[in-house]
Write a protein that binds this ligand. Structure first.
Ligand code: BJW
Ligand code: ZN
Length: 252
């Protein structure tokens, strides 16, 4: 059952901020990070794979792991949750989409101007000079993946290419973070989908929106959130809950 005040808030909203995490892509077959048994951090050590120190220590291990993940994303398709977010943009005056995800499934579902707080698997840059390669990466060389793979070299300085993602201890892209905080300060409704909300500063986005007076709704398999006033939880899979919310708000 979708609470009536939430339906009303969504119908009347001028600016909706959609904030997504790994759970929105779970039903496309992309692993999340912290889910029991299936999460990436259950099977892999983040300190060995998702830090600049790890890349310095063993670039082939880190590059091979990210190429394996990039290949999984290339083979995946957007699911009904990604599609519902793209469709929601047609129903509200303004929609801002902020994602923590490093895949491109929102773009492939038709969402425009996606704000990526944690970068992208598809836009590597040089570890030495930070410039991007002149041409996009082709299909990964290592289809079986998960194994060591030497990173390609930068055409400008000869340094090693690194994945264009934000590792632990690194700053988020300033423009993206500012745009997300600005949207949080002025949105009427924030829909937070498939995120555990434990990684900062990204987790501040829904917190700031709530403090600024927005209605906050979480769509999650788990009971996330603070159960405060103006805060709702639609518990279940994003690919079911989000289309149901849109149907309830905009079907007639
Ligand atoms: C479903 C579903 C379905 C499943 N339907 N729902 C203490 C306090 C505050 C901060 C810190 C601290 N200690 C350290 C920090 C800083 C650190 C941090 O936050 N650490 C915490 C983990 C404690 N943050 C940073 O380092 C950030 N930088 C920074 O702070 O810079 C300043 C600084 C500079 C110098 C020194 C120190 C600080 C950078 C953070 C970068 C995060 N990067 C990653 C990896 C990206 C690359 C890669 O992909 O490998 O980003 S970590 C990983 O977590 C990834 C995600 O974007 C991010 C968030 O995860 P997400 O999306 O929430 O996924 P899960 O798996 O956690 O949750 C999935 C959810 O979906 C669950 O709730 C499920 O129930 C749900 N779900 N299926 C609906 N079908
Ligand atoms: Zn370079």
């Amino acid at each position: 059952m979708i609470p009536a005040p939430l339906i009303t808030a969504l119908r009347e909203a001028r600016h909706v901020l959609v904030f997504t995490g790994a759970g929105v892509s779970a039903e496309s077959g992309i692993a999340t990070f912290r889910d029991a048994l299936t999460g990436l951090w259950e099977r892999f050590d983040p300190a060995a794979l998702a830090t600049a120190d790890a890349f310095r220590r063993d670039p082939a291990l880190v590059w091979g792991w990210y190429e394996w993940r990039r290949m999984q994303v290339l083979q995946a398709q957007p699911n009904p949750a990604h599609q519902a977010i793209a469709a929601l943009a047609q129903h509200v005056a303004k929609l801002t989409l902020v994602t923590q995800n490093v895949d491109d499934l929102h773009e492939r579902a038709g969402s425009r101007e996606v704000i990526h707080l944690h970068g992208s698997l598809h836009q590597p840059r040089c570890f030495a000079c930070a410039r991007t390669p002149g041409e996009p990466l082709g299909m990964p060389d290592e289809p079986e993946g998960g194994r060591r793979l030497e990173p390609p070299h930068c055409l400008h300085c000869g340094g090693k290419l690194r994945p264009g993602v934000v590792w632990f201890g690194e700053s988020l892209p300033t423009q993206a973070l500012n745009a997300a905080f600005d949207a949080a300060a002025e949105c009427d409704v924030l829909i937070s989908i498939g995120t555990s909300g434990v990684v900062y500063p990204a987790a501040e986005v829904p917190e700031r929106a709530w403090r600024a007076g927005a209605v906050l709704v979480h769509i999650n398999l788990q009971p996330v959130g603070n159960h405060a006033e103006r805060e709702y939880l639609l518990r279940g899979a994003a690919a079911e809950q989000l289309p149901a919310l849109l149907h309830a708000a905009f079907a007639d």
